[in-house]
Design a protein around this ligand. Structure first.
Ligand SMILES: Cc1cc2nc3c(=O)[nH]c(=O)nc-3n(C[C@H](O)[C@H](O)[C@H](O)COP(=O)(O)OP(=O)(O)OC[C@H]3O[C@@H](n4cnc5c(N)ncnc54)[C@H](O)[C@@H]3O)c2cc1C
Length: 457
């Protein structure tokens, strides 16, 4: 029967509420994409439904097979997961096993033209974990870690989601309900559609054309590549540290080299990263000094230029449709997986406890997106200040001097190290990081160090 349907909830007998679109016993939900957002959404939707005794059906559409090595099984990412996310998931009963999260990174090196500094995790609980999104780079010899995306997908299917290993090619409406078609399959109509296709899929254009108020996010091109070095060489040259580069290279916002078993992952974020920018970075003396002797930048195991969301989508919801993860709203540059978790869970709880109309999503889902969007505005400001520091040698010197001097202090007194750690790892909201920089101890320490560096210019 077509909508409106009455909810399993005991709604008061008001016409207004009767007309609401809600999930009911037998409702069918399609989830397009099984990256973190799609799998988290499916898992939490089924989990919440189960708790309420609500019998729903979830189909997940995903063309990738995460047991494959890249690029067939990979969702292109640096793979850093904050300890905050690992602990939040544990509180929800999702314990990521050590075969999925490598928690070996205990410090980072900040590299600048004016010198380097090793920064220990300021507080012990702020360790960082690394994951592999697929089953490893193209030339992997031995698969040592389980795919993170594959693990989440299994959680969702264990909860009862049905995995359809196909790419969605057409989306339309059938009497107000979303209809999905894959290249080889027939059309299926659903009561609700959760879109979790990220920002690297042409299918986004289909949604832009649906006339539902949705406009896909603004994006920019990034760069990721993997180098096979072998675990002994990794240990010798990179150790258990993430290596972060603050270099004065125009358009480069941030770059990191992350040790992962036998491989080193290079990640570059900035404004439309292209071959020239990649070359400028990899040829820089700072990178050359970090990588092993004889390392050849062009000898890569695997590389790609994925897009990243830099400004959230407009109206990531409509009647019966919600956009989660990267194709909706995500955190600027950092902790995209954490943002996928937050938007997916907010969308699932809206759908189960409130309803699936445009008004329900506006009222109960949108606040989660707005929190991320407002934090991103502060993040942009923070990245602007960082870029100013990158530009001026005296500022870089001041930053380095302050960070080096802090390393002998207790964790809580290392103001600059904590700010840098949170900024680079995405462990804290940008708002908290920004507020830390307004602390008198931080400001006076930084200004003092800048002033002393100015004298040396
Ligand atoms: C260079 C770079 C580095 C990053 N580093 C980090 C990091 O260190 N830590 C972190 O937390 N985040 C990082 N991110 C961000 C992170 O990758 C994303 O925020 C996260 O993957 C978003 O998850 P998602 O599920 O929304 O989208 P995705 O992970 O992109 O998943 C989308 C899924 O949809 C599927 N799909 C696409 N089209 C279709 C279709 N037509 N039909 C069916 N399925 C489809 C895809 O196959 C894919 O599995 C990084 C991003 C980039 C670009």
């Amino acid at each position: 029967m077509d909508s409106p349907r009455i909810s399993y909830n005991d709604f008061p007998e008001q016409d207004e509420k009767r007309k609401r679109l809600v999930l009911d016993n037998g409702s069918k939900i399609a989830v397009v994409g099984s990256g973190p957002a799609g799998s988290f959404f499916s898992y939490y939707l089924l989990d919440m439904a189960e708790r309420l005794g609500l019998d729903i059906y979830v189909d997940i559409y995903e063309p990738r097979d995460f047991s494959h090595t890249a690029p067939k099984g990979c969702n292109m990412c640096g793979g850093i997961v904050s300890e905050t996310l690992v602990q939040t998931l544990a509180a929800d009963g999702i314990n990521l096993p050590p075969t999925v999260v490598q928690r070996g990174i205990d410090s980072y090196y900040m590299h600048m033209d004016v010198g380097d500094v090793r920064i220990e995790t300021p507080l012990k609980e702020k360790r960082i974990g690394a994951v592999t999104r697929g089953s490893g780079p193209r030339d992997i010899k031995e698969i040592k870690w389980e795919s993170f995306d594959g693990y989440l997908q299994k959680l969702a299917t264990a909860k009862g989601a049905n995995l359809i290993n196909e790419r969605v090619t057409t989306v339309s409406f059938n009497q107000g309900r979303p209809r999905i078609k894959t290249r080889h399959g027939s059309s299926r109509t659903y009561d609700m559609l959760a879109v979790a296709v990220g920002v690297n899929s042409p299918v986004l254009n289909l949604f832009n054309g649906l006339d539902i108020g949705y406009h896909s996010p603004e994006t920019t091109k990034t760069f990721i590549c993997e180098y096979y070095l072998g675990s002994e060489t990794i240990e010798k040259y990179l150790g258990s540290s993430m290596h972060v580069f603050l270099l004065n290279i125009p358009r480069l916002e941030f770059a990191a080299i992350i040790p992962k078993g036998d491989y080193a992952t290079v990640c570059m974020l900035g404004e439309n990263i292209d071959d020239d920018l990649v070359k400028a970075f990899l040829d820089s003396p700072e990178v050359r000094a970090t990588m092993p002797l004889g390392w050849q930048a062009e000898k890569r195991s695997c590389w790609c230029f994925p897009r990243i969301n830099v400004k959230g989508a407009q109206q990531p919801y409509s009647d019966r449709i919600v956009f989660i993860g990267d194709c909706g709203v995500t955190r600027l540059y950092k902790d995209g997986i954490g943002a996928a978790y937050r938007t997916a869970k907010a969308a699932a709880s809206t759908a189960i406890f409130q309803g699936i109309s445009i008004d329900d999503f506006r009222q109960y889902y949108m606040p989660a997106c707005k929190t991320i969007n407002s934090d991103n505005a502060i993040g942009k400001l923070s990245f602007f200040f960082t870029s100013q520091i990158q530009k001026y040698r005296f500022a870089r010197r001041g930053l380095l001097k302050m960070t080096i001097e802090e390393q002998d202090l207790k964790g809580s007194k290392r103001c600059m190290s904590t700010v840098l750690w949170d900024m680079f790892t995405g462990s804290a909201p940008y708002r908290d990081i920004f507020l830390s920089t307004l602390h008198p101890a931080f400001l006076s320490g930084f200004l003092k160090n800048i002033a002393s560096s100015l004298g040396r210019e």
